[in-house]
Design a protein around this ligand. Structure first.
Ligand SMILES: NC(=O)c1ccc[n+]([C@@H]2O[C@H](COP(=O)([O-])OP(=O)(O)OC[C@H]3O[C@@H](n4cnc5c(N)ncnc54)[C@H](OP(=O)(O)O)[C@@H]3O)[C@@H](O)[C@H]2O)c1
Length: 397
């Protein structure tokens, strides 16, 4: 940022989450560079009010209307505008700002992030489910309205950087890495007994609950393949995953001449967030620097699709129509929730998703042409997945 320039304005959808808080940590360290416009949360009014006051936001919004009274009371006399409900989140998303951090978890982020794309915003995209649920629609909308989409997921940030200055026609393949999650070395029998607290104990990354479970099933990597397909407009055959337990190499691009360009960094989400916040510049960050001699060894292995069938399901969805990915995503959200509530076992997550995707196939689910299509299909898949979960819970199931 040239000296004397006005600060950039930033809004954050999902400000109270893991990505939201890491973004605010960086903003707080650069008070001359960034100003906060709007912050949103789902229902956590106390945390949102505290952040809105600390970062002098102009607007604070909760998606859950039941949390409005608490937010209003907590912000009384501060001059900060307060609003509630899904339409208020959408309004927050289209407020003119320099950059919008889209960090709501799940398909709930689709409508506001799509609205931001329609408004031509610069979107820092963490909410991968939005691209899984309606990737083609989202990217077409962004292109039509000249919105810029800068990936925040560490793997996609890596690919974005490795692609940045090169010729797209010379790209042979793109590989994203996976830590392998907490069950990388667990047997099928051990995973059958895994509890939510085991699955939430990620060996490398500290993240929100939903993505932590997705990392344990490796569905997260499958969602990321679908995300990469849409973000970088790449055919499924050019996309692959390798397991890399040290999580130092986040992704790499192989070019036609055999050159491979990778991005490396210590696993801290503030690094890709800083990249997205400053792109095309670089933001100085306080994190430890990578010391390859102290890391010593980087290892890589192929993912085991037998033990991690969720990744295989997502890989299959990658080559099918958009609607399959919408169903996969919605069924996964429902199944992850049921596992977190201890209603189903860990392996049931992939089973539920498999059943929902097969049902969608039988019913001839097709492409997603509009937000209404995506919302209707997402709702259908949630009901179907809920039905399969109830089936598992009854003796006959
Ligand atoms: N965490 C990571 O390291 C990481 C890395 C890469 C990508 N991502 C992606 O980034 C996104 C956010 O992940 P996270 O780990 O930060 O999640 P998180 O910690 O669970 O936070 C989610 C945020 O979304 C809000 N939210 C939840 N449901 C909502 C709804 N229905 N409507 C509006 N807002 C809602 C939450 O508000 P409340 O606090 O009120 O519930 C919270 O602010 C996900 O798509 C994830 O896959 C995360």
């Amino acid at each position: 940022m040239p000296p004397g320039s006005a600060p950039e304005t930033i809004s954050i959808l999902g400000a109270t989450g893991s990505i939201g808080l890491s973004t605010l940590d960086l903003i707080g360290r650069n008070p001359d560079r960034f100003e906060v416009e709007a912050l949103t949360a789902n229902a956590n009014a106390t945390a949102l009010a505290e952040l809105a006051i600390r970062f002098r936001a102009r607007l604070a919004v909760v998606a859950d209307p039941a949390a409005y009274g608490e937010l209003k009371a907590a912000l009384a006399g501060t001059g900060i505008e307060v609003a509630a409900g899904p339409s208020a989140v959408q309004e927050a998303a289209v407020r003119p700002v320099s950059r919008l951090m889209a960090a709501i978890v799940g398909a709930a982020g689709l409508a506001p992030t799509l609205a931001a794309a329609r408004s031509g915003a610069t979107i820092l995209l963490a909410n991968k489910e939005c691209l899984v649920s309606a990737g083609r629609l989202f990217m077409d909308t962004a292109r039509r309205h000249r919105a810029r989409v800068i990936p925040v997921d560490s793997e996609h940030c890596a690919i974005f950087q490795a692609l940045d200055s090169n010729r797209p026609e010379a790209v042979e393949s793109v590989t994203i890495t996976a830590s392998g999650g907490p069950f990388r070395t667990w047997s099928v029998e051990q995973m059958a007994r895994a509890r939510p607290e085991d699955a939430l104990r990620h060996p490398v990354w500290s993240m929100g609950a939903k993505i932590s479970i997705d990392s344990a099933t490796l569905m997260n990597k499958g969602l990321e393949l679908i995300e990469a397909r849409h973000l970088f407009d790449l055919e499924p055959e050019r996309l692959s995953v390798v397991v890399h337990p040290e999580s130092i190499v986040h992704g790499f691009v192989t070019y036609a001449d055999g050159s491979v360009i990778a991005q490396l960094a210590l696993p801290d989400m503030r690094t890709p967030i800083a990249y997205a916040l400053a792109w095309p510049e670089r933001l100085a960050t306080p994190m430890d620097r990578l010391d390859l001699c102290s890391v010593g060894r980087l290892t890589f292995e192929s993912p085991d699709l037998q033990r991690f069938p969720a990744l295989a399901l997502a890989q299959q969805a990658l080559s099918r129509n958009d609607g399959t990915a919408t169903v996969l995503n919605a069924a996964n959200e429902i199944a992850v929730n049921a596992f977190l509530q201890r209603r189903i076992k860990f392996p049931d997550i992939a089973t539920i998703v498999d059943k929902a995707v097969s049902r969608a196939d039988t019913e001839g689910v097709g492409d997603v042409e509009s937000l209404e299509d995506a919302v209707a299909l997402d709702g259908w898949a949630r009901r179907i997945a809920g039905g399969f979960i109830s089936g598992l819970l009854t003796p006959a199931g």
